[in-house]
Write a protein that binds this ligand. Structure first.
Ligand SMILES: Cc1ncc(COP(=O)(O)O)c(C=O)c1O
Length: 402
């Protein structure tokens, strides 16, 4: 029982109704729990006490445990301490912020950048600040939950279009011609499907219908494009996207998020984005880590090459085994199961045999598209991937997936 004040019978009733909901989640195969992970981020870790090959991390370039990033963090702690201790608009705006934001803007070839404490907060803050009741947001149905929540918070009209369906998007754009502000928002690289947004066509539509564009490139940044600038670079639309957001906790091996765009948009967010204004600045060591990550991405392109070699290797192996792995070509590989309980059964069987790959269910993905989500990194060795493929084949056969 929670030690809350009030009538104990009422409190008991509340707890009973919460427990009922949890029991219903269990009955539907949708109950979630936390697994215990031990050791430094890497291709092999202990998960729930077992040695595993990890195919569930977003540390795509293997930077989270890179000696240069760890050194940068230690030096920043020695110099600045452990916490910024206040919001940036109060007294937390230490000198690593402008350095990192200038660097991010240069990396993304935009006028300005703003760092948020998480990707979730960035999407929430940007959409809810820019868009209000006279406005319309056009949002892909597979967009990340943080975009969905940002749309809900914004009070704008939200038009959800079928995934990457440009004909449907154009139909919606034609209908909402008179809105005050219009924004098309998409993921760059879809986090659960591993495919890319059709950015050149989306940008063409946006230009034709006077719409702003926003891309969340949490999974593309660092991994995609000739110089790691992400999906916008890989699809050749650098300079044509109004706003890009992305987590710094994936390929960049750190924490937090960036928003890049025009100076005006960034100044507006500093004044209006509540998830930026009313939260503590990030610890300096995290900023130092990300600054170093950006340098490593530039200086060690072989990591990106290795990521792509590993991706092609694992995808080809899975296709040869007969798994259904979606249309994408990237490091995020959905292994379709299409049923909640069976998905978690596959996940547990894999874990028992030493492969950690997370089962993904509703509401992270639509019902009927439950899957094991495999992610490849530059740090996996070929023997790691071979062992994983042998285990996946065993489990796939045992549970009639192949
Ligand atoms: C597409 C996408 N956007 C945003 C986020 C949120 O980023 P963060 O973990 O930094 O809050 C994530 C993942 O966590 C994501 O996959």
């Amino acid at each position: 029982m929670l030690p809350i004040h009030g009538d104990p019978n009422v409190q008991e009733g509340v707890m009973a109704s919460l427990q009922q909901e949890l029991d219903a989640l269990k009955a539907d195969g949708l109950y979630r729990w936390l697994r215990q992970v031990e050791g430094a981020q890497g291709p092999r870790m202990q998960v729930d006490g077992k040695d595993t090959i990890v195919l569930a991390s977003s540390d795509y370039l293997g930077l989270a445990s890179h000696p240069r990033l760890k050194r940068a963090a230690r030096q920043a702690i020695n110099r600045y301490g452990c916490s910024a201790s206040a919001a940036r608009l109060i007294s937390g705006n230490h000198d690593l912020y402008p350095r990192l934001e200038e660097r991010l803007a240069r990396f993304k070839v935009t006028e300005a950048a703003l760092v948020f404490s998480t990707g979730y907060q960035a999407n929430l803050g940007v959409i809810s600040a820019l868009m209000d009741s006279p406005d319309v947001v056009f949002s892909d149905e597979l967009n990340h939950a943080s975009i969905v929540d940002g749309c809900r918070l914004s009070k704008a009209q939200v038009r959800v279009f079928p995934h990457n369906d440009l004909v449907a998007l154009e139909r919606l754009l034609k209908r909402d011609g008179s809105a005050r502000r219009k924004l098309i928002v998409v993921d760059g690289l879809y986090s659960m499907d591993g495919d890319l947004a059709s950015l050149p066509e989306i940008v063409d539509l946006a230009e034709r219908y006077d719409c702003m564009t926003m891309v969340d490139d949490s999974h593309g940044t660092g991994a995609l494009g000739g110089s790691g600038r992400g999906t916008v670079e890989a699809t050749d639309v650098l300079g044509r996207i109004d706003i890009e957001t992305g987590s710094l906790a994936k390929a960049l091996g750190g924490f937090g998020a960036y928003v890049v765009g025009s100076r005006t948009v960034i100044d507006y967010l500093i004044n209006r984005a509540r998830s930026f204004i009313f939260t503590c600045a990030m610890p300096p060591a995290v900023l130092a880590t990300v600054l170093e990550a950006l340098a490593v991405i530039e200086e060690e392109p072989e990591r990106r090459q290795r990521l792509w070699d590993n991706t092609r290797y694992l995808r080809a192996g899975l296709r040869d085994l007969g798994f259904e792995v979606g249309k994408g070509e990237t490091q995020i590989i959905p292994l379709m199961v299409r049923e909640s309980e069976r998905t978690m059964q596959v996940c547990e069987e894999l874990l028992d045999r030493g492969v950690f790959a997370q089962g993904i269910r509703y509401p992270s993905v639509p019902r009927g598209t439950e899957r094991i989500r495999l992610t490849v990194t530059a740090s996996h060795s070929t023997p790691d991937l071979d062992t994983a493929l042998i285990t996946l084949a065993e489990v796939g056969r045992a549970l009639h997936l192949v």
